[in-house]
Design a protein around this ligand. Structure first.
Ligand code: ADP
Ligand code: MN
Ligand code: MN
Ligand code: MN
Ligand code: MN
Length: 382
């Protein structure tokens, strides 16, 4: 008894010692070690450019935080410099659609996701949000939840994968997935900072892990209901680029950068989906039915699963490296070689969700979530 008490005493002492240590401060403010402005809202408007893949942003000062998203002013930008308009008729509109606390500037500052509109106030060619929103509204009553697993590769500023030898290749894949150690994972400080930045911005980031190819990582966003999934994923990508900027490295969402075309896993954006019916007891039947329905629209959906009408995924969906073949739809339980996977947990529980493994890492989540919802819930059989 005496020895236990003694032990407890030591434990208490060391607990006390630890509470005296300063709390860890998230490093989301590198180079900007100043207090947030006490009143002003520095509103950073973020939008998707003409590639349908890259993001742009610019910042303006507002006197205070607008009461709701409708109260943010519309803005304009130079569409000709974003691959979206001709110089002689260049002004396009930014319409705020969702706002988040800015984890870099802090205080009242906000990141403001916008969709892009033409001079006639119509969606631009790379604005896929409007269509997604109408699908989500049509299926609102099914309570659609999504979760997306965003994979990506970190690059040095010279475009070479982070941590790879500058001449030649790293040792074959195997030790890198969920790896620990400076010879196995590269850029964890970026990943951790991004994680905290997402949480501080109110993004539903669910987790993160090192991936199979060295320098490759994943984080998950979700579950999110309806349109919020794509809104949040786009903003999480913006945050990742911004964090990487502060560490002087680059992020690529390309599903298979040229240097990785050998025996290296590509990058995807697995998209998990459920309705209330699938989450309820006996939901597995509805999940299997949904898999069958996804098979009916496979070739149409593949065109929407990367920003280049399916061409990017041709490099990735080879049937090797834990992917299915782009030619053929398949689904299965616990099978990572299928287009759509039902996880073992879900099969055992008899309810839950399905995982569509086809979307590429650079996909537009508006197109992907819209296509999944439409194929499963709005496409008549036949
Ligand atoms: P794995 O790597 O095994 O495919 P992850 O743990 O990386 O799985 O990701 C699981 C994803 O599934 C997360 O994005 C999570 O939000 C999502 N998810 C979990 N439950 C549901 C559900 N009921 N409906 C939709 N998505 C879900
Ligand atoms: Mn100017
Ligand atoms: Mn995953
Ligand atoms: Mn993964
Ligand atoms: Mn997955």
């Amino acid at each position: 008894l005496l020895s236990i008490c003694k032990g407890a005493g030591i434990a208490q002492q060391s607990a006390k010692f630890h509470t005296k240590l300063p709390l860890a401060t998230p490093v989301v403010n590198i180079g900007l070690n100043q207090k947030p402005h006490p009143t002003k809202c520095l509103a950073t408007y973020v939008w998707i450019d003409g590639t349908g893949e890259h993001l742009r942003s610019k910042t303006r000062t507002l006197k205070e935080i607008p009461k709701s998203i409708e109260h943010y002013p519309m803005w304009q930008y130079d569409g000709s410099s974003c691959g979206q308009a001709q110089g002689r008729d260049s002004d396009l509109f930014l319409r705020p659609v969702a706002d988040y606390p800015d984890p870099f500037l802090g205080g009242n500052s906000r990141l403001v996701l916008c969709d892009t509109l033409s001079s006639q106030l119509q969606p631009t060619a790379t604005n896929k949000r409007a269509d997604c929103l109408s699908v989500m509204k049509a299926i609102e009553n099914t309570e659609p939840w999504f979760g997306m697993e965003q994979e990506y590769l970190l690059l040095d500023r010279d475009g070479h994968p982070l941590g790879w030898p500058k001449n030649g290749y790293p040792a074959p894949q195997g030790p890198y997935y969920c790896g620990v150690g400076a010879d196995r994972v590269f850029g964890r400080e970026v990943i951790d900072t991004h994680y905290v930045a997402c949480l501080n911005a109110g993004i539903e980031i669910g987790g993160t892990n090192a991936e199979v190819t060295p320098g490759q990582w994943e984080y998950q966003v979700g579950t999110c209901e309806g349109i919020a999934m794509a809104d949040q994923l786009w903003m999480s990508r913006y945050l990742l680029h911004r964090v990487a900027e502060q560490f002087g490295v680059l992020v690529t969402f390309d599903p298979k950068p040229a240097i990785t075309m050998g025996d290296w896993n590509g990058a995807g954006c697995h998209t998990n989906f459920s309705t209330l019916q699938m989450r309820n007891p006996e939901g597995l039947d509805a999940i299997k039915e949904a898999c069958e329905r996804l098979g009916r629209t496979h070739h149409e959906d593949i065109k929407l699963y990367d920003p280049n009408q399916g061409r990017d995924n041709l490099r990735r969906l080879t049937g090797k490296h834990e992917t299915s073949s782009v030619e053929k739809f398949s689904w299965g339980i616990a099978d990572r070689g299928c287009s759509v996977r039902i996880t073992r947990f879900v099969a055992i529980e008899g309810r839950g969700y399905l995982e569509d493994r086809r979307p590429s890492s650079n996909c537009d989540p508006y197109s992907v979530t819209g296509a999944i919802a439409k194929s499963i819930l709005l496409t008549p059989a036949g």
